[in-house]
Design a protein around this ligand. Structure first.
Ligand SMILES: [Zn+2]
Length: 297
């Protein structure tokens, strides 16, 4: 019996030694590269951060989710996502509960600094069951996110403080110009439309376009027949001739509504996916503006 116990203890000790060696090796690997590592949650935040960190020294920026994954509001972390957190110093999220997994990250990796880009955004659109966290298509909100990320990065990585502030200033100037272009087409008189994607709501609200917002988690193909009937009746009663959908939406519901009401479908871009181009948000928002500018409501 005694012999068995000795063997068991020896095995445990060997396992512990191996674990220690592995942990030490990982630590060494991490310290070999002293770059300040920034991880962003998904595409819009990645583009914001690319702009803010342009030209910064000794940093690495990467995006957690695939740039084509789209919205991450119902996202489940993969093992490859989790691996990225092992070496990261800062995680930048949209916030307003869009990234429901952040709590788990905080408990798994308590040393990672979390930056909630939307911390200062307060004009949240809410209905009875949920808050709409897709805030970035309102240019004002987007600017607030830029400034928050720059402030927090400057605190965490003082080496590049001046670069972060300069970049934020330069980028927000471009955004203010874009906002002015949007203001030019904003009508004081409220316009009406049907919006079939919650990610477009903040953009429409900025333009004083009010209408029937269908809270459908980007998936409007799940709308019940009863709801469809209600929307059609409302569209007819209020003479609504415009339907907005997002680029990647299924067109079925929009087409059904359009056939019943003689309305037209307009496809906007919620800037949730795209390429690595730093100007991608600006370009997408200009394209959206061109589309909306020519609509007769
Ligand atoms: Zn979403």
């Amino acid at each position: 019996m005694k012999k068995k116990r000795v063997i068991a203890i020896t095995i445990v000790v060997i396992i512990l030694i191996i674990m220690l060696i592995v942990a030490n090796f990982n630590k060494k690997e991490k310290t070999l590269n002293n770059n300040f590592k920034i991880l962003t949650s998904f595409y819009p935040i990645y583009i914001m951060t690319q702009n803010i960190t342009d030209g910064a020294k000794n940093i690495e920026v990467s995006n957690m989710s695939d740039v084509n994954v789209g919205c991450i509001h119902d996202y489940s972390l993969t093992t490859s996502d989790l691996r990225k957190f092992e070496t990261t110093d800062v995680f930048i999220e949209n916030g307003k509960d869009l990234e429901t997994f952040t709590e788990n990250i905080v408990s798994l990796y308590p040393d990672i600094k979390i930056i909630e880009s939307a911390e200062d955004v307060s004009n949240i659109i809410e209905d009875e069951d949920e808050k709409n966290a897709h805030i970035w298509l309102s240019i004002d909100n987007y600017i607030m996110q830029i400034n928050k990320i720059a402030d927090k990065l400057a605190e965490e990585n003082t080496e590049n403080e001046a670069i972060y502030f300069d970049n934020a200033k330069e980028y927000t100037q471009k955004l203010y110009t874009l906002k002015q272009e949007y203001s030019n087409i904003k009508n004081n008189q409220e316009k009406k439309a049907v919006c079939l994607n919650e990610a477009l709501e903040y953009l429409l609200e900025d333009l004083n376009i009010k209408g029937i917002n269908i809270q459908s988690d980007h998936e409007q193909s799940t709308i019940s027949a009863e709801t469809m009937k209600e929307i059609i009746e409302k569209m007819k009663a209020e003479d609504i001739k415009v339907i907005f959908i997002d680029k990647y939406d299924n067109k079925n519901v929009a087409e059904l509504l359009a056939n019943e009401t003689n309305a037209s479908i307009y496809t906007l871009n919620s800037a949730m996916t795209g390429n690595d181009d730093k100007d991608s948000y600006l370009d997408i928002m200009k394209e959206n503006l061109e589309i909306i500018k020519n609509i007769e409501f």
